[in-house]
Design a protein around this ligand. Structure first.
Ligand code: G3P
Ligand code: MG
Length: 246
């Protein structure tokens, strides 16, 4: 039997992690501007929910590392989160940078003809609400190229698929655990996005045979990028927007 055809892949080979990797405060509009200035036209970002259901960008469950706030982000209403400084931790140049709402990032991308990989990053226990809300926000928009949804949380991807079945989905994997292929199939994923070191010739061949697009995060090393390119991967997510030319 021949392999199922892989989904169309309108996305570029290089994707900027959290906007611009480490060159600017991650997951802020300043980061997207820096990534864009380096020629990147697709960005990965981490989307989660405030207590009152606003979808905004933040990697960690807690606020301390990348904002001047304290505590669990999911316990705070958007009005409080919107006042936080999300740039000063990175450097005084970025003081006053705010947490962006997903709709602001979508507007940024639309104005510049850029594409987006929205990683659904639910607080623990908030997987279904987060997957639904992210999919609702994206469903309300029109896109030249559909954003790619991804998550480590299968329940979040399943909830997003119920709301917006046509949005392409990628399953994030730290390792190729036993049931990864069944999970990706059950979720109707078009891609698997694995930690870069987890990709080997057998896993790359298995994913290709299943018709899945293959991505790796976070690729910051030249030799690793070449290894993954030789394995035939479709896209790589990097912090090093000043090193890898998209
Ligand atoms: O989406 C790829 C990558 O961002 C997953 O890991 O922890 O950087 O969100 P993390
Ligand atoms: Mg991420």
């Amino acid at each position: 039997m021949s392999a199922p055809a892989a989904a169309p892949w309108p996305y570029p080979f290089w994707i900027a992690h959290r906007g611009a990797g480490r060159l600017a405060p991650e997951n802020t509009l300043a980061a997207f501007a820096v990534g864009h200035a380096h020629g990147y036209r697709m960005f990965e970002c981490d989307a989660r929910l405030s207590a009152d259901g606003e979808v905004f960008l933040l990697h960690d469950d807690r606020l301390e590392r990348t904002t001047d706030g304290r505590g669990e982000a999911v316990e705070q209403p958007w009005a409080a989160l919107a006042r936080l400084d999300a740039g000063a931790w990175h450097g005084s140049r970025h003081a006053g940078e705010r947490l962006p709402r997903l709709v602001e990032v979508l507007a940024f991308c639309r104005e510049r003809g850029c594409m987006l990989n929205v990683e659904i990053k639910p607080a623990p226990g908030d997987e279904i609400r987060t997957g639904r809300r992210v999919a609702e926000v994206l469903s309300a928009e029109a896109f030249a190229t559909s954003p790619l949804l991804s998550s480590f949380a299968s329940a979040a991807l399943a909830a997003a698929a119920e709301v917006a079945p046509a949005l392409p989905r990628g399953l994030l994997l730290e390792t190729f655990r036993a049931a990864w292929l069944d999970e990706a199939r059950a979720l109707g994923c078009v891609a698997v996005i694995a930690e870069c070191a987890a990709w080997t010739p057998p896993t790359a061949a298995q994913a290709a045979a299943a018709g899945l697009r293959r991505l790796a995060y976070t690729v910051n090393d030249e030799a690793e990028a070449e290894r993954l390119r030789a394995l035939g991967l479709d896209s790589l997510i990097t912090d090093r927007v000043d090193h890898f030319v998209p």
